[in-house]
Design a binder for this molecule. Structure first.
Ligand code: GTP
Ligand code: MG
Length: 150
């Protein structure tokens, strides 16, 4: 099944949005197969945001993402990568529709609460970067028949 990497950034953790955000993914029907709270190292943050190296906001982004605990997760389900991006909203919270996570809880681009992989390929790369193989469960809850027709 498809998997995506989702991380609640330090602002989301400090603002006590972990439960709210996990709840939205759970209620949609996706399956949580891994999670942990950690303060990422500079090295991990650099690897995670490598595509943004050299951009004006890059150093500030690294400072921010390493500034406190991050709640890292792996979610699984049909089309979870693109659907998670829909649940999250747009990069700029002010342009993000209501009923999306960033639209409901954010104001600033640099404090946009949550990260979600932007493609299946990125998802694989990010899951491997943030999680060891044995930190991801094989099969968790078995309510598939109530979520999927086949
Ligand atoms: P992520 O899920 O965090 O990867 O966000 P995204 O995919 O919606 O945006 P993108 O990958 O383009 O940028 C990564 C992160 O860098 C964003 O979530 C923002 O926090 C930050 N960022 C992007 N563009 C800007 C910008 O123009 N200014 C600032 N301050 N931060 C930015
Ligand atoms: Mg991105």
């Amino acid at each position: 099944a498809e998997r995506t990497f989702i991380a609640i950034k330090p602002d989301g953790v400090q603002r006590k949005l972990i439960g709210e955000i996990v709840g939205r993914f759970e209620k949609k029907g996706f399956k949580l197969v891994g999670c942990k709270l950690l303060q990422p190292s500079r090295k991990l943050a650099e690897k995670h945001y490598a595509e943004h190296k050299g951009k004006p906001f890059y150093e500030g982004l690294l400072d921010f993402i390493t500034s406190g605990p991050v709640f890292a997760m792996v979610w699984e389900g049909k089309e979870v990568v693109s659907t998670a991006r829909s649940l999250i909203g747009l990069t700029d919270p002010l342009k993000s529709p209501m009923n999306t996570i960033r639209g409901d809880f954010g104001i600033s681009v640099g404090r946009n609460i949550i990260h979600g992989s932007d493609s299946v390929e990125s998802g694989k790369r990010e899951i491997n970067l943030w999680f060891a193989k044995n930190e991801i469960v094989k099969s968790g809850v078995t309510i598939e028949k109530w979520i999927y027709e086949n």
